[in-house]
Design a protein around this ligand. Structure first.
Ligand code: NAG
Ligand code: NAG
Length: 488
């Protein structure tokens, strides 16, 4: 009996690993509930293979040449995956039109490129980037068509690392009066819509929701609340943002905002097919339905659009006959299409996020980070490529739609900052998942039979793809610190 069970589960695991490898993006996949009483000790995570010493500590060796003073010429980036954090790379270039775009146009003089004032001691050398890149011979930089790609990242810089714990300031009181929060995208902002879909990409079973009020597994891909819950709460709207597909919502619930997002989805239709989740067209369709229910949408409602991570994983998992630049272009085109559709439907205030450093989530480190489970640089490069295109497009949109406040959110550096400074932020582990089979963490198997760490607040990642509630909270505090001034 035990043997039969074991081999059934083995079979399921292997199925997940081999056949459903594409679902690595869909943390929390449970193909079928384990059919036997739990716990199943023999299934507990095989003890992780011995790791080389020193893996717990982030690489502190500076990976970048010291910042140049003076204005660097427009040269191709030596190591694309290193580009984000170097302050030297983004010299203020007065008059260059491509710089202004990040700023939502409507507000007069701002100093957007400068990271919000933070008392941080500048490091003596540039910050080590996420996971030391493999020797460059193993990762020849992709041919970068200059000059476009040689231009500095038009995004806010990753602020210099800060090595002392520094509690984030509370969101400013009497801040923006946002009457509604409306989210589109993937699991980062899906508060449970997938519960109502026919998909395996769900998180409505323990141990998901362990830290959620009432210890309820709501379909959020974390141990507790996620991004948009903290945002709704910061704006004084409600403690949690409901998923639109919950049919129990009152008119008041609807009016203060909902999420239309679907975990596992992406801008690419193929990504959504892989996970049987809602495409952006479907999310827009639901939004039209929502509008019919609530009547008008306030001009001050904040729309948050956050997607792209799953597309990046999809690109590295299945042949799609596109080069990375082409793929990034396609993603950006689809993202802008969604934003323009929202504007057409009445959205007047939109926060469009870039992709996070997908290569640094536990599953991608396992898949492509080598024996030391470094951040997978190819994923991060594609994220940066997409982000660059997206932020440039957002700038154009700001010019095109004068009455619309649209701003690009540098999610990459918000997440990278937590991954990089996890120790200073009070985490014990910045690279492994709290929940899941450590030795088999290719698939994000996080279910009642999984090994789960005793204290998720010590982990940046809850499952092999998603941050813990505590990490999300820190990220949202950072978002508010950086972007509250752009929200009217
Ligand atoms: C909706 O309401 C019904 C009846 O009150 C309840 O049984 C059900 O659990 C609720 N569903 C959700 C998702 O809240
Ligand atoms: C994605 O699918 C929708 C239909 O659901 C279709 O209208 C759209 O053109 C497709 N987009 C792309 C880029 O394939």
């Amino acid at each position: 009996m035990a043997c039969a069970t074991l081999s059934l589960l083995d079979h399921l695991l292997i199925t997940v690993l081999l056949v459903l490898a594409r679902d690595i993006i869909t943390a929390g996949v449970v193909i079928a509930p384990p059919p036997t009483p739990l716990p199943l000790p023999w299934l507990r995570a095989p003890s992780p293979t011995p790791r080389p010493p020193g893996l717990g500590a982030p690489a502190r060796t500076p990976l970048l040449p010291p910042p140049r003073t003076g204005t660097p010429p427009l040269t191709p980036l030596p190591r694309p995956w290193l580009e984000a954090p170097s302050p030297a790379r983004v010299p203020p270039r007065l008059g260059a039109p491509s710089r202004t775009p990040i700023l939502p146009s409507p507000k007069p003089p701002r100093t957007p490129i400068v990271p919000p004032p933070q008392k941080r001691t500048p490091p003596s050398s540039p910050p080590p980037w996420l996971g030391a890149p493999l020797p460059s011979s193993l990762f020849p930089p992709p041919p970068l068509p200059p000059p476009r790609l040689g231009t500095p990242l038009p995004t806010p810089l990753l602020p210099p690392p800060q090595y002392a714990a520094d509690p984030p300031p509370p969101p400013p009181m009497g801040g923006p009066k946002v009457p509604a929060l409306i989210a589109f995208g993937d699991s980062i902002v899906d508060t449970g819509n997938n519960n109502y879909l026919t998909t395996v990409v769900k998180a409505n079973f323990p141990p998901y929701g362990r830290e959620y009020p009432g210890h309820k597994a709501t379909g959020r891909f974390s141990d507790g609340k996620i991004t948009v819950d903290f945002l709704a709460s910061a704006f004084g709207l409600k403690e949690t943002l409901p998923p639109y597909l919950n049919k129990n919502l009152t008119l008041e619930d609807l009016k203060t905002g909902v999420s239309f997002a679907s975990a596992g989805s992406g801008y690419n239709n193929a990504t959504c097919r892989t996970s049987s989740t809602m495409t952006i067209e479907r999310q827009l369709q639901l939004f039209a339905e929502y509008k019919a229910k609530v009547g008008t949408i306030s001009e001050r409602a904040l729309f948050v659009v956050c997607s792209g991570s799953n597309d990046i994983v999809e690109h590295f998992t299945f042949a799609d006959s596109m080069t990375s630049p082409e793929y990034a272009e396609m993603m950006a085109r689809r993202a802008i299409g969604l934003v323009e559709a929202l504007i057409g439907q009445g959205a007047r205030q939109i926060a469009l996020t870039g992709a996070p450093p997908v290569g640094c989530v536990p599953s991608q480190r396992r898949m492509a980070g080598g024996v030391r489970t470094q951040c997978a640089t190819d994923r991060n490069q594609l994220a940066l490529l997409f982000n660059r295109k997206l932020s440039l497009e957002v700038a154009k949109l700001s010019g095109k739609y004068r009455g619309v406040n649209i701003f690009y959110v540098d999610l990459y550096s918000i997440v990278a900052d937590v991954v990089q400074r996890y120790q200073a932020l009070g985490f014990k582990d910045g690279k492994d998942a709290c929940c899941g089979y450590v030795g088999l963490a290719v698939g994000p198997l996080c279910n009642v039979g999984s090994r789960t760490c005793p204290d998720p607040s010590k982990y940046v990642f809850w499952d092999s793809y998603h941050p813990t509630e505590r990490a999300y909270k820190i990220m949202i505090d950072d978002f508010l610190r950086r972007y509250t001034r752009y929200i009217h």
